[in-house]
Design a protein around this ligand. Structure first.
Ligand code: SAH
Length: 253
């Protein structure tokens, strides 16, 4: 049953959606005015009509909806890349992750959802303004119980020990390698997301000094090609996201 304060995803007939918090108030759309108070006491799956009779479907938002609708500061990690990070590193419920930088917290939300209520994420961020955006997003998505944001420079050190995985989205991941040696549990992954090929190259060059501590590195790029499916034509979409970043994985031995 939907209660006051619950989050709902409203979807109109064109597929346009809104992620809203339920309270006794009006919400204006280009298809007319919705009275959100009418939702209190109803079940997810219900329909809500605007004053013009336009129907909105009402469902419970999931993690993908929160990430799509969250407030953004710096460039976020795309869900296709977040999925590779989780899949290749084997990130699981209950894991303890150190992340940096938090940016807007898109990757943080994805990871917080995977580690679940028993997991923990400590996320380092240099900039207070980004940390504040991320904190708001984390609280809004309901993950304050498992995420801590630390204002600080992860190049200077990682205070945590017994860490399951380190996940980085920052310019010089090689500067975190000496700290990762101390912080990571054997078997834990060090994941570096970097947009540029020269960053990957530089990272691999530094890795040669750490052969004793880590397994063979693996770098991937993930391309997702959406398809247009209609009765007469089934083909790839004309436009595609060409490049986001490379993801490099090394495992602490
Ligand atoms: N992964 C995030 C985006 C991160 S953007 C998301 O999906 O939303 C990169 C962030 O790293 C920026 O916010 C930047 O301030 C932070 N950063 C850069 N160098 C850092 C360092 N040495 N320590 C901590 N944070 C750092």
């Amino acid at each position: 049953m939907i209660k006051e304060g619950d989050k709902v995803l409203l979807i109109d007939r064109r597929g346009k959606s809104y992620l809203l918090t339920v309270s006794d108030r009006e919400f204006h759309t280009d298809l007319g005015i919705l009275n959100l108070g009418e939702l209190i006491g109803r079940e997810y799956g219900t329909r809500l009509e605007t004053h013009r009779g336009e129907v909105f479907r009402v469902i419970k938002p999931n993690i993908a909806d929160y990430i799509a609708k969250m407030k953004r500061g710096p460039q976020t990690v795309h869900p296709k890349d977040a999925a590779q990070i989780v899949a290749y590193a084997g990130i699981s419920p209950g894991d303890f992750i150190v992340e940096a930088g938090v940016g807007s917290g898109a990757l943080t939300l994805f990871l917080a959802n995977v580690v679940g209520p028993e997991g923990r994420i400590v996320s380092y961020e240099l900039r207070e303004d980004f940390a504040n955006i991320a904190r708001r997003n984390i609280e809004w998505a309901g993950f304050s119980d498992r995420v801590t944001i630390k204002l600080g420079d992860v190049y200077e050190g990682i205070e945590e020990r017994g860490v399951d995985h380190i996940v980085l989205d920052l310019p010089q991941p090689e500067r975190v390698l000496p700290h990762a040696v101390e912080a990571l549990k054997p078997g834990g992954y060090f994941v570096a997301y970097t947009p540029c090929a020269n960053q990957v190259q530089r990272f691999h060059e530094h890795l040669t000094e750490y052969r004793e501590y880590f397994g063979k590195p693996k770098t991937v790029e993930c391309l997702v090609r959406e398809q247009e499916v209609s009765k007469n034509c089934f083909r790839p979409s004309t436009r595609m996201l060409a490049h986001t970043g490379y993801i490099t994985f090394i495992r602490r031995l």
